[in-house]
Design a protein around this ligand. Structure first.
Ligand code: NAP
Length: 484
């Protein structure tokens, strides 16, 4: 199998916050990998921008260190790094100030794609948009990439959309959700819409329930003060898990086209029922394993912010009537694992006596680790023991299927940045989608705040609070094991 790398058009990419954590860990190493893969044309430029007083050489040194730290050693090539760094420069700019903008303007070339990555605190997004416009840097070739979080409720998301819309058209705004850049997430669309196999079964009649899990082993230590204002609902469910739910639940778009796909996702969000209080479980990790618990990390002993949430939601439309979607995400859990599991119903009638051996068909889409898919099927147990049934996985790990080429699969950030340059918004959230997701999440959050609910404690390294298990048991179902 040969994967094709199609170079994008030459571009000037400005990374505001170019010296920050995200730029160093993801954006710059990712661009280096795209350069080595031949996807970033040689006549492209990357300009870091932040307040720090650096010159080009100082920033290039920082980029070289980021590549050394975050690109696997076997993929580091001295000559390629040198060639990449020749395309890297730096401008000192304060997003709230007036200095540096003319210097930035003088670096931008005419008639090439201009991308501005806002890898800074969201409070600065409006300032950047306004100044890019005021200094005549934003032109028809320009587009902006906006990091999460996009608002903390409907009102703030609307305000942010409004301020960006003053200076940029919607087709120039790329709201990033890196979950959408994952290979498997896109494969989910390929599996659903490029095969006849699943679509006829993809409905309440044949699907018992869907589970979406995003489990992390890390806690919030080091960024507890920030996280405490957010919590798992705002940080993960309203955006990442919601996007995954949309891709599973949406109707087939008429074409794989940005607005066609996003129109269908929006319909799903709007069809979500309000979530009942008894269908929500919130948790906070307790101390353990020699480490402090959530309240120590958040620096607020009385914090009611959740580091874990599980909830059951329903989509009120013909396709999904009575098929629950269970979502859960949390920190300091047993393993780092993200997956979507679609559990099918049992056949209407069994011709086999071996009812004991029967298990549901489950399609598991693994986002991490080891991206791939797995279809749990029933077969005959091999051997002379008569007609006994057993469940086996039909396994497709990308690493196994693609061999060495799996190494060249771009990570989510790389793929999404290349999509920005191509002008393809399919994998980016539209303004109305983000607002609809907040319109769904806001009353849920307001509900537990009004009730004064406290999150339930859970042990670090566990699968989450006891009540989350009960949420499923009550319905005669169980969560899949969280496995790394
Ligand atoms: P960070 O490490 O704190 O870096 C912030 C960057 O912004 C630095 O380069 C900083 O440099 C620059 N900056 C701060 N104030 C500025 C100003 N007034 N004008 C111009 N530049 C300014 O933050 P980060 O973790 O990289 O996060 C950046 C954005 O990505 C945030 O919106 C965050 O929510 C989002 N995000 C981050 C991650 C992650 O893994 N880190 C993941 C998802 C989303 P100076 O101080 O020199 O100006």
């Amino acid at each position: 199998m040969v994967s094709r790398v199609i170079p994008v058009d030459p571009f000037d990419l400005v990374i505001f916050g170019g010296t920050g954590d995200l730029a160093r860990r993801k954006i710059l190493p990712g661009l280096y990998r795209r350069f080595v893969a031949g996807q970033m044309p040689a006549d492209s430029r990357i300009i870091g921008a932040a307040r720090g007083e650096l010159d080009d050489a100082g920033f290039q040194k920082m980029v070289a260190e980021a590549i050394a730290e975050f690109v696997p050693a076997e993929r580091q090539d001295k000559a390629a790094i040198k060639a990449f760094l020749e395309r890297v420069g730096y401008v000192s700019i304060d997003a709230k100030g007036t200095g540096g903008w003319d210097a930035l303007k003088s670096r931008m070339r005419e008639n090439v794609v201009r991308a501005f990555y806002f890898s800074v605190a969201p409070a600065l997004f409006g300032d950047l948009a306004e100044r890019l416009h005021a200094h005549g840097i934003a032109d028809a070739w320009s587009r902006i990439v906006v990091e999460k979080p996009f608002g903390r409720d409907l009102a703030s998301a609307k305000a942010l959309n409004a301020v960006l819309a003053e200076h940029f058209d919607e087709h120039q705004i790329y709201r990033i959700d890196h979950y959408l850049g994952k290979e498997t997430v896109q494969n989910l669309m390929a599996v659903r819409f490029a095969n006849i196999l699943f679509e006829p079964l993809w409905k309440a009649e044949y699907i018992d329930h869907v589970q979406i899990t995003v489990a992390e082993t890390v806690g919030v230590e080091g960024r507890g003060a920030y996280y405490d204002k957010s919590g798992a609902m705002r940080d993960m469910v309203q955006n990442h898990l919601m996007q995954l739910l949309c891709l599973i639940a949406m109707e087939p778009p008429y074409h794989f086209d940005p607005d066609a796909v996003r129109d269908e996702k929006l319909k799903v969000i709007r069809a979500l029922d309000p979530v009942k209080p008894e269908d929500i479980v919130r948790g906070q990790y307790l101390p353990g394993g020699g480490q402090g618990g959530y309240v120590e990390h958040s620096e607020d002993p009385a914090s009611r912010t959740e580091s874990y949430i599980a909830l059951k939601c329903h989509i009120s439309n013909w396709r999904w009537k009575n098929t629950p979607f269970y979502l859960r995400t949390g920190k300091r859990l047993r393993a780092r694992a993200s997956e979507i599991a679609i559990t099918f119903k049992e056949p209407p009638h069994s011709i086999f006596d071996d009812a004991q051996g029967w298990r549901e068909n489950v399609l598991v889409i693994r986002l991490q680790p080891n991206e791939g898919m797995n279809l749990m099927m029933m077969i005959k147990e091999p051997g002379p023991g008569g007609m006994r049934l057993m469940q086996v996985p039909l396994d497709m790990s990308f690493a196994d299927a693609l061999g060495a080429e799996a190494e060249d699969i771009p990570d989510a950030y790389e793929r999404l940045i290349m999509d920005v340059i191509r002008g393809n918004q399919t994998l980016f959230m539209r303004g109305d989608e983000v607002e609809a997701a907040w319109a769904w999440a806001d009353p849920i959050i307001a509900g537990w705040e009004a009730r004064g609910d406290r999150p339930q404690g859970y042990d670090p390294g566990s699968s989450g609070p006891e009540d989350a298990l009960m949420l499923m048991h009550r319905d005669g179902r169980r969560w899949r094991e969280i496995k790394g």
